[in-house]
Design a protein around this ligand. Structure first.
Ligand code: G3H
Ligand code: 13P
Ligand code: ZN
Length: 309
């Protein structure tokens, strides 16, 4: 078993009308929880690392932990750079052994995004690594990317076709109404499925990617609220919508916020109910189980990738 690219995973996902989950990792317990779920569900798996995660954990620790997870679990894993902001970080990850990188040139004008993406594609492909790019802007906040709701722009379908043809990129993240973080919708949630359908028609057999796909389950929000530190106004993408996108041309669905919520809700509960506890294993362990249960549910009931490995 080894690190693999997402090429074969996406081909099967496209043909089988399901999506592969791409989960953000920052430490050992998060990696173990996700990998335990993938093993239990016999599901394909993408683990992704952001610039913030690299800074927090030190890149070599995350890579070695993922290698350990492969050896221990016996499953193939695609190791992906999430939101690479320039050529250098993409090159670094390619050279470090990642099997997939994202170059996020979505903040640049169309031609600049194309030129940057092309450069990354040429380098990555020469080393057998696949590339995801982004066209259109999601609203929301990550460590490295901040986009106000008013600056968010949905992906133009004709531009998407031209972008893919001119860059030779392997997958494309599109903006159809999702956003990063726990506060995605002020009113009723909605995604532009018509736009997704148009892009899909113009780019047949091509894997699309949906970022900002946490559903912010009420049970985690309620637990967080109950055990201190309210998060008012949190709202995610309804799972029914993610299910629908997974059955269309979306082959990769990015989830990070739900991991954070699942783990934090659980840790808060343990510490509030056992205020004398100070052994990290006593709260990180249950946090790891909470992540496993949440990821298994996504794979089985939302993305449809259980049993597809
Ligand atoms: O899309 C971004 C991911 O949620 C990563 O977030 O940059 O805070 O690690 P981060
Ligand atoms: P969420 O914030 O919705 O989990 O999105 C994560 C993401 O898109 C990572 O790239
Ligand atoms: Zn993202």
């Amino acid at each position: 078993m080894s690190l693999v690219t997402s090429k074969e995973m996406f081909k099967k996902a496209y043909e089988g009308h399901y999506a592969v989950g791409a989960f953000n990792v920052n430490n050992m317990e998060i990696i173990q929880g996700i990998v335990d779920a993938a093993k239990q569900e016999n599901a394909p798996l993408i683990l992704q690392v952001s610039a913030g995660a690299r800074k927090y954990a030190n890149p070599i620790y995350l890579r070695k932990l993922v290698e350990a997870a492969i050896e221990d679990s016996g499953i193939d894993i695609c190791l992906h750079l999430d939101h690479g902001e320039d050529f250098e970080i993409c090159k670094q990850c390619v050279d470090d052994g990642f099997t997939s990188v994202m170059i996020d040139g979505s903040k640049y004008p169309f031609e600049e995004n194309i030129a940057l993406t092309k450069r990354v594609v040429e380098y990555a492909h020469s080393k057998g690594v696949v590339v995801e790019a982004e066209l259109g802007k999601l609203a929301g906040v990550e460590d490295a990317v901040k986009v106000n709701a008013k600056d968010a722009t949905y992906t133009d379908p004709d531009q998407a076709k031209e972008f893919v043809e001119r860059t030779g990129v392997d997958s494309l993240a599109i903006a159809i109404g999702t956003s990063h973080g726990a506060y995605k919708f002020k009113g009723d949630p909605s995604l532009d499925f018509e736009r997704l359908q148009t892009i899909e028609k113009l780019l047949p057999n091509f894997p699309l990617v949906l970022h900002g796909s946490s559903s912010v389950p009420k049970e985690f929000v309620d637990l967080c609220n109950k055990y201190g530190g309210a998060i008012p106004g949190a709202a995610g993408v309804p799972e029914e919508m993610l299910k629908r996108a997974s059955q269309m041309g979306v082959c990769k669905i990015n989830i990070d916020t739900d991991l954070r919520l699942a783990m934090t809700a659980c840790i808060r509960q343990v510490l509030v109910e056992n205020p004398a506890e100070f052994d990290p294993r006593k709260y990180l362990g249950p946090g790891r189980v909470a992540i496993k249960d949440m990821v298994a549910h996504k794979m089985r009931d939302v993305l449809g990738c259980s049993g597809k490995r």
